[in-house]
Design a protein around this ligand. Sequence first.
Ligand code: IFM
Length: 435
Amino acid sequence: MTSVLEFPPDFTFGVATSAYQVEGGIENDWSDWERAGKCKEADARCGNSVEHWERFFDDVPLIQQLGATAYRLSIEWARVEPKRGTWDDAAWSGYRARLEALVKAGIRPVVTLLHFTHPKWFHVETPWHEPASLVAWSRFADKCAELVSGLNVAVTTLNEPNVLLLGGYLAGAMPPGVSDGRKAFAAMANLVRAHVIARQALLDRCGPMEIGIAQNMLLFAPTRRWHPLDQALSRLAEGNYNHAILETLSTGVLKLQMPGFTAGKEKIDGAAKSTEFTGLNYYTRAHLRFVTQAPFVQFEFLDHHARGLTDIGWEWYPEGFGQILRQLKRYDRPVWITENGLDDRTGSRRPQYLYEHWRELLLARADGVDVRSYLHWSLMDNFEWLEAWGPKFGLYRVDRTTMERQWTAACEYYRTVATTRRLTPPPPAEQKSAA
Ligand code: IFM
């Protein structure tokens, strides 16, 4: 019998990254987006990133040293299909060799098929709001099924489809830069279909296996607790952003209700009960305020508890993690934390962040939430999309001039908890200034 502040022996500790953010040398829709000056700093480039493609086999021991036994990584579609219909066989075998190396090292791969990025040709002819997107996707999904067959892997078909839809199809802030409610709804339905297609391809090729998505969820709260419109916005955000896709994968019916933006209802064949686990990416709480000018909603990250916002300005709010975990009981599936972490330029806050979030996780487990794994975002510092190289999410700090991976206090703390399974507070942080 384990105590509340102990992780059971079969609980999985792991780490996560995504291809574009760490591999380097990739030309895709995001590299074009950067070149068009669309990141926060116009000259920001992912470029050679942290060279994880080249250094992969040396990076595997870094995962082992953390006591981690799972690694969530993604397949870069643009690497394996740089031209529509033309596979790069060396890239496919490169991924296979990497997955095999992980398995050999006792690390279970959790493979993401789509983590925000697409080959350059994709949006030109087959953006997600067009049915043809699914033709291109089906071919890719079949190849991914072939890639993982015979290996003990789990799959998250889609990473944060809600972020891709909001950023890429409603706000126009990430590729493909569309801002159109009707297209956003069509894209959403097709992304759910993409999950169903990939799932079928995997089951056909590999037999029973664990398949889910990684869903970004925020705890939403009204900025003015008494204000009916702030309250209504929070409820809408919770329903549409957090739950609409998870509900669809549970009931088979996609329902979206975003007044003034988009709405729709559609039955998606094969979507009902189409996951083996619910993947949660949790970072923060967002407060919502109704404003009288379009888009009528203002997002705010408030430091209500005076804990200090994170470096990119997110609220430090572990309680939200526990609350969201409890909401996931409704899906009646084991929960995997597919991402959780913090941008921390000095590295001094991450151990305490881990402690507080792990504590919430264990309390939620004690409350009956079947949380089975925790994959930390991120194994090492990486390219943070519109924010480029400012945020530091890595357990390992990466010096991008030498590409040296540096062990940090958070690595030490992670290893202690992952290997002892006992959650005790971390030693007091040394105060460091940002590098
Ligand atoms: O870096 C991202 C990741 O790609 C998706 N989830 C959130 C992370 C931190 O913003």
